[in-house]
Design a protein around this ligand. Structure first.
Ligand code: T6T
Length: 320
């Protein structure tokens, strides 16, 4: 685990400054809308808390909206209505790399400054700034942590949301590359998709246990996948037998960590992502330089460090 923590420490990179800016803003209060990937989910609520605190500090008006499901067909109409309300800037976590290009192009054409928080789209011209965890390194760190837990051998399964979500796709890539390069004893069973649904993730793990009773490890690439996968392992009485590493650190994941269902969580800094998003939005609206790419840190949380004050501080919250 120590090795994995050291690897994850390297996720903190120095942000490179760029000179891409927008038009100068007027004297009125700047209006920003944050469009979450999923309303009410702790990662995005913690992001909203960070954005709200920074908006208040900078005297910015902030509106927060999000779909009830992590689904581009639900996020698109929200973006369309935000475009109609013509804020100065939009912070958005796009729910699909392709499907969200068209609505965001509309926003760009209306001269709304777009800042990508967490996820991105394939069209590199969308987003004056992109703020996220280094998910590729996070996935590799998850592979190392899981391998350590299962003694470098046995069957390992990945549960993700849907293909086409930039963050979790990068986590899978990082995981797979690390397993292939350095963990020859691991029999990789591949990825199964839960559509970001807790009960779907549980079903996948139940079916996997039926097919492969000797399953050794699970990597769940995000909060809902981890919650569902963890409860399936718990209900199947597999504690201690099947090890699990999950991305994200909401209250349910932390409980599973303390209950011994999950051995390690990779906690992101959604509050920082939101706060930095507001800073970039304000700079863009004022025509000041923005930073095209801002990596934020991630930490491996285990039963050993979870109660430390510095770790408690980074766990996700359901509200501010
Ligand atoms: O893992 C986060 C986020 O980074 C990802 O893009 C989608 O899922 C979460 O919101 C957690 O469920």
């Amino acid at each position: 685990m120590r090795k994995a923590m050291a690897a994850l420490g390297a996720l903190l990179l120095i942000a490179a400054c760029g000179g891409q800016g927008g038009d100068a803003g007027g004297g009125d209060q700047i209006r920003v809308t944050l469009v979450q990937g999923l309303a009410g989910e702790e990662f995005y609520e913690t992001m909203a808390c960070g954005a709200k605190a920074k908006a208040q500090e900078l005297g910015v008006t902030l509106d927060v909206q999000g779909p009830q499901k992590f689904d581009p067909t639900l996020q698109t109409p929200i973006v369309n209505s935000v475009v109609a309300s013509a804020p100065d800037a939009m912070l958005i976590a796009p729910t699909d790399v392709k499907a969200m290009i068209a609505p965001l192009t509309q926003a760009k054409q209306q001269n709304i400054k777009i800042i990508l928080v967490d996820t991105v789209v394939e069209d590199q011209s969308i987003g004056l700034s992109r703020i996220s965890t280094d998910n590729l390194k996070g996935g590799a760190a998850a592979a190392k942590a899981l391998s350590e837990q299962i003694g470098g051998k046995g069957k390992a399964l990945v549960i993700s949301t849907d293909p086409g979500v930039s963050t979790v796709d990068a986590r899978i890539k990082g995981f797979e590359e690390e397993i292939k390069a350095s963990h020859p004893g691991i029999d990789y069973l591949g990825v199964q998709y839960s559509h970001n649904d807790v009960s779907e993730a549980s079903k996948i793990v139940n079916a996997a246990l039926a097919k492969d009773p000797d399953l050794a490890g699970v990597f769940a690439t995000n909060l809902n996948s981890a919650t569902g996968a963890g409860s399936a392992l718990q209900q199947a009485g597999k504690l201690g037998e099947v090890k699990m590493v999950g991305f994200d650190a909401g209250p349910a994941q932390v409980k599973q960590l303390k209950d011994g269902v999950v051995q390690a969580l990779i906690a992101q800094l959604p509050g920082d992502i939101g706060a930095k998003g507001i800073e970039q939005a304000v700079a863009a609206v004022k025509g000041q330089p923005v930073t095209p790419s801002i990596p934020t840190d991630a930490t491996i949380v285990t039963a050993q460090n979870v109660d430390r004050p510095e770790v408690q501080k980074i766990l996700y919250k359901a509200g501010c």
